[in-house]
Write a protein that binds this ligand. Sequence first.
Ligand SMILES: CC(C)(COP(=O)(O)OP(=O)(O)OC[C@H]1O[C@@H](n2cnc3c(N)ncnc32)[C@H](O)[C@@H]1OP(=O)(O)O)[C@@H](O)C(=O)NCCC(=O)NCCS
Length: 191
Amino acid sequence: MYAIPLGDDGAELRPLEPWHAEEFLAHLDRGREFINRYVPFGSRATDVPSARQLLQDYADRRAADTASLHGLWLAGKLVGGVLTLNCDARGGTCEVGCWLEPAGTGRGLVTRAMRVLIDWLVEQRGIHRVEWVAAADNLPSLNVARRLGMTRDGVRREAYLHHGVRQDLEVWSVLAPEWRAARAGAARHDR
Ligand SMILES: CC(C)(COP(=O)(O)OP(=O)(O)OC[C@H]1O[C@@H](n2cnc3c(N)ncnc32)[C@H](O)[C@@H]1OP(=O)(O)O)[C@@H](O)C(=O)NCCC(=O)NCCS
């Protein structure tokens, strides 16, 4: 299957599909506690059938063009991923999200993958507004949004109940013209 190289450390972005269920479960088991501090991603996947079902749910939503799932492989090992959700291609809006197991953090994997994903959303899918939603105390996540050049739109106060706590959710976004201008600026800087 196709793989998009993310740099010279061998990191790759690839589709994450139902046939990856065993590998996905092993990855979740390594990262479950870390990932679930702020988001319930993967918490339903506790054995191979439920892991396959989660991946199938995303495959179905991809077919319906409302969501998608993409894995991050480092040295051949699945260590995390990026995703789209709540996409409305006609309205030009889409939310993006991410997760890593601890071994994948601190390397810019998500930032690099997100650039590929947002490029695709803006340039290929015609998305106008890409949105990022994170718990207000999830600083690593907010730092990714900041690093991607997103703007903090505001806070949805106590909008999300997680582990018995009503969390404030920060909403960040980047608009297509802003994304293109930032990319053009970065390309000029690289020359
Ligand atoms: C949110 C999460 C993905 C962020 O992970 P992360 O490793 O900080 O993010 P990135 O992969 O973009 O890496 C950035 C880090 O790598 C460093 N880095 C190294 N090389 C880099 C590069 N080429 N480009 C960008 N950053 C690089 C950055 O300095 C940064 O480290 P720092 O925070 O210590 O300064 C991670 O904390 C996580 O999975 N949390 C649990 C799930 C979750 O909360 N998901 C988000 C829900 S909204």
